[in-house]
Design a protein around this ligand. Structure first.
Ligand code: MG
Length: 377
């Protein structure tokens, strides 16, 4: 079962205001169309996809199949269908470029219905009372029973909707609202599936702010945790969170055994789903022998940045009876903040004993745990 996707982006959208059509206007640092494309390709990464553009806009989009739209919405969709035919999809989702907040759930609702139906589209039952009105006055009321607000993506058996578009009468009105209308003109039954209030169609200037809020709530926020232990051995100091601390023992490890920094580094790798320190800096590799652990932490923080994440918070807990961490915590926060290149107000270092219980209580070693938060920026 191959699903094709058509994104209809050929409109001029004058009601939304602005110098350029709404699909090209900015929304949280990207164009509206870029958000729409991401929503659809995330849900269906392997689907053949074509974007229908206004003939004047053909140079504005790279990396996707594009075709020029026609004089009406129906003609634009037809051009998209004819292009998609070369991929032989069994079904197709037709989606408005101006609906960038479409959720995976709405897309899945349509796809699930298509398992048994020839056509399916999301909609919301009208809940507000409906009036008719002219010149600022109510002229009547309208029964809302059985009324729905139509959304996209609208899904169809590919052959059926292609035939419906090809068979559209030359006398059909120019303002056919959507592909459900085209399908019904061809006698296709259309199943209604649940839409989503957040799947708004950007139409008026105020809709941009609402779309930004919705996309903001969909932001990629991640938490990672890390845990590490190192055993005490001979020595006269330990290195904890980048600070050299005099002690009557040292910590044993392949690198400088900075247990706090290792836990923190692993927490960042965890949030990125990027394995752990051992995978990035194998202990079997002699070049990391005695290495300063800030190499590891720098690498993890940099990896987060290149993935588009801001490290908004890091919290490290050291578990030991001795040395006393409290007086050094501030210095440790400074060191970690500098290495990660973030504000010290976003870095916490604290400590606890384990009440003389267990291996930390017997002073056989030090344990550390860390939690970080990454926010896609
Ligand atoms: Mg370690």
């Amino acid at each position: 079962m191959t699903t094709g996707i058509i994104i209809v982006a050929a409109g001029r959208g004058t009601r939304a205001g602005g110098e350029t059509p709404k699909q090209w206007q900015g929304l949280r640092g990207r164009r509206v169309l870029d958000w729409t494309l991401e929503a659809m390709t995330t849900a269906l990464p392997d689907a053949p996809l074509v974007v229908v553009l206004h003939p004047d806009d053909m140079g504005l989009l790279d990396g996707h199949d594009t075709v020029a739209g026609g004089g009406t919405r129906a003609q634009s969709v037809r051009n998209g269908l004819e292009h998609l035919a070369q991929y032989h999809p069994s079904q197709v989702l037709i989606h408005d470029a101006a609906r960038p907040c479409v959720s995976p759930t709405v897309i899945q609702n349509v796809l699930r219905a298509l398992q048994t139906a020839n056509a399916a589209a999301p909609a919301l039952a009208v809940s507000d009372a409906l009036w008719t009105g002219t010149e600022g006055r109510v002229t009547g009321t309208q029964d809302r029973a059985g009324l729905f607000r139509a959304q996209t993506p609208q899904g169809f058996r590919f052959d059926a909707i292609l035939a419906a578009h090809r068979g559209m009468s030359k006398d059909a009105p120019d303002d056919v609202a959507d592909d459900v209308a085209v399908a019904r003109m061809a006698g296709l039954d259309v199943t209604i599936v649940p839409g989503d209030e957040d799947n708004l169609k950007i139409t008026y200037p105020g809709d941009f702010a609402r779309a930004e809020r919705i996309l903001g709530m969909q932001m990629d926020i991640r938490t990672g945790n890390g845990f590490d232990v190192h055993r005490f051995g001979d020595g006269d100091h330990v290195v904890l969170c980048g600070v050299k601390v005099p002690h009557d023992a040292g910590l044993i490890g392949h690198s400088d055994a900075d247990v706090g920094m290792h836990a923190l580094t692993d927490a960042i790798y965890g949030a990125l789903a990027e394995g752990d320190i051992g995978q990035h800096f194998p202990p079997s590799d002699p070049q990391w022998k005695g290495a300063a652990s800030e190499i590891f932490l720098k690498h993890a923080a940099e990896l987060a940045r290149t993935r588009g994440f801001a490290l908004t918070h890091a919290d490290v807990t050291l578990i030991c009876e001795r040395p006393k961490i409290g007086p050094l915590a501030q210095q440790m926060r400074t060191a970690l903040a500098e290495i990660m290149k973030i504000d010290i107000a976003r870095v916490s270092v604290k400590a606890t004993t384990s009440e003389r219980l267990g291996f930390t209580g017997r002073e056989e070693g030090i344990a550390a745990m860390a939690t970080v938060t990454l926010v896609q920026s």
